[in-house]
Design a binder for this molecule. Structure first.
Ligand SMILES: NC(=O)c1ccc[n+]([C@@H]2O[C@H](COP(=O)([O-])OP(=O)(O)OC[C@H]3O[C@@H](n4cnc5c(N)ncnc54)[C@H](OP(=O)(O)O)[C@@H]3O)[C@@H](O)[C@H]2O)c1
Length: 328
C-alpha cells in the first residue's frame, strides 16, 4: 500500500526472499501503481480499497505516512488481510493500541516493520550481549540524522503527516536500546522545534535514558544535519562499534584491558558476525520473518512483539510531551 521511497526499497529486497511474491500494488493513482508494477511486477490497483480486495494478497505492507497507518490497517484487517506496518506504527500509543486491538478482533497477524529488530547482526549482538560475552554494558551512544531539504514539499516536514525527527529517526536508537537493555526506566529529551500552521514538530532531538542494571544511553536524531548513524556501546571489558546501527554492515567488539572470552589480544577488534545471511539491505529479513510467522500460524512476531512496539510508542508519547510536540 503506497508507492513512495520506502516501498521501493522494500520491493527491491522482497524479490530476494524465497516464497515471497509481490502480488499487487495499491496507490492513490493508478499511474503510480502501474509505474511501480512495471519495475517490480504484480497487479496494479488505483486505490487502497481495490488492493485489499485482491484475493491474491495475503499480507498488506503499509508504506503510507504514519498519520495514515491506522486507517490503512483497518482497511486491510476488515478485508481479512494480515498487516506489516511501517514504523512508527501510529502517531500515538492510543492509536497503536487501537491497531493491535483491531488485529486481535479480526484474528490477523500484525507486525511493526522494525527491520532493525529482525536484522541478523543486531540479533547476534543482542544474543551475545545478553549472555555476557562482551562484559557488562554501561553506556550506549547512538545517533541517526540526515538533512531534510525544506525547498520542496516533504512528508518529513508536514505535521499533518506526522513530521518529527523523533518519530522518523529517534525511534531507532530507542528501539536498539530497548532490544539490548530492556525497557527504559526514565527518558529525557531536548529538541529544536518548528511551528507550522498545521502544528509544531521537532527538527532535532537529543535524548538521555536510564535502563535496567544502571545502563545509560545518549541518543540523537536530526533533520537539519548529517549525523554519523553510528552507535557505540561501552562495557566493562571494551567497546562495541556499529557503523550504521539501524542496519549495520559492520559490528565489532574491541576488548580493552582484560581481553575477550576467546583470548583475543586486547585492542584487536573482533567482528560480530550475523548468524544468518542478510537479505538485501535487511528488509528481506523482515519480510522473511513475516512469512515464517504466518506459516507457523502466529499472530505476532517474537522478534517484534506487540508489547515491544507499544512500549516504544509510550516512550515516543512521553518524549513528545516533554518537547511540546502535539498532533491535531
Ligand atoms: N523502515 C525504514 O527504513 C523506513 C524508511 C523510510 C520511511 N519509513 C516509514 O515508511 C512510511 C513512508 O515513508 P516514505 O519515506 O516512503 O514516504 P514517502 O516517500 O512520502 O511515500 C509515502 C507514500 O504514501 C502515499 N500517500 C498516501 N497519502 C499520502 C499523503 N497525504 N501524502 C503523501 N503521501 C501519501 C503515497 O503513495 P501513493 O501515492 O502511491 O498512494 C506516497 O508515495 C513512514 O511511516 C516512514 O516512517 C521507514
Amino acid at each position: 500500500m503506497a508507492t513512495g521511497t520506502i516501498a521501493h526499497s522494500f520491493a527491491r529486497d522482497l524479490a530476494l526472499v524465497p516464497d515471497a511474491t509481490l502480488a499487487a500494488v495499491g496507490s492513490r493513482r493508478l499511474e503510480s501503481a502501474k509505474a511501480f508494477t512495471g519495475e517490480f511486477g504484480g497487479r496494479a490497483h488505483g486505490s487502497y480499497e481495490d488492493l485489499v480486495a485482491d484475493p491474491d494478497v495475503d499480507v498488506v505492507y503499509l508504506a503510507t505516512p504514519h498519520s495514515l497507518h491506522l486507517a490503512g490497517a483497518r482497511l486491510a484487517f476488515e478485508a481479512g488481510k494480515h498487516v506489516l506496518c511501517e514504523k512508527p506504527l501510529t502517531l500515538s500509543v492510543s492509536e497503536a493500541e487501537d491497531m493491535v486491538a483491531l488485529a486481535r478482533s479480526h484474528d490477523r497477524f500484525l507486525m511493526e516493520a522494525m527491520w532493525t529488530a529482525t536484522h541478523p547482526t543486531i540479533r547476534a549482538l543482542r544474543r551475545r550481549l545478553a549472555v555476557g560475552e562482551f562484559g557488562a554494558p554501561r553506556h550506549l551512544h547512538a545517533e541517526l540524522g540526515f538533512l531534510v531539504r525544506s525547498d520542496s514539499p516533504d512528508r518529513l516536514l508536514d505535521p499533518a503527516l506526522g513530521a518529527s525527527a523523533l518519530l522518523d529517526m529517534g525511534i531507532y536508537p530507542l528501539t536498539v536500546a530497548h532490544l539490548l537493555f530492556g525497557e527504559a526506566l526514565s527518558l529525557q529529551a531536548l529538541a529544536n522545534t518548528r511551528a507550522e500552521p498545521t502544528g509544531t514538530f521537532d527538527l532535532d532531538i537529543v535524548m538521555t535514558g536510564r535502563y535496567p542494571d544502571g545502563v545509560l544511553a545518549t541518543m540523537a536524531s536530526s533533520m537539519t544535519s548529517w549525523s554519523s548513524r553510528a552507535a557505540a556501546i561501552a562495557t566493562d571489558r571494551g567497546r562495541i562499534d556499529l557503523d550504521d546501527f539501524h542496519h549495520p554492515t559492520r559490528a565489532v567488539f574491541t576488548p580493552i584491558g582484560g581481553g575477550s572470552n576467546d583470548g583475543t589480544a586486547p585492542g584487536t577488534p573482533v567482528a560480530i558476525e550475523p548468524e544468518e545471511p542478510v537479505l538485501g539491505r535487511g528488509y528481506g529479513n523482515e519480510i522473511a520473518e513475516v512469512g515464517r510467522c504466518l506459516r507457523a500460524g502466529l499472530r505476532e512476531s517474537p522478534l517484534v512483539p506487540h508489547a515491544q512496539t507499544l512500549a516504544i510508542m509510550r516512550q515516543l508519547d512521553e518524549l513528545r510531551r516533554q518537547v511540546g510536540v502535539v498532533y491535531s
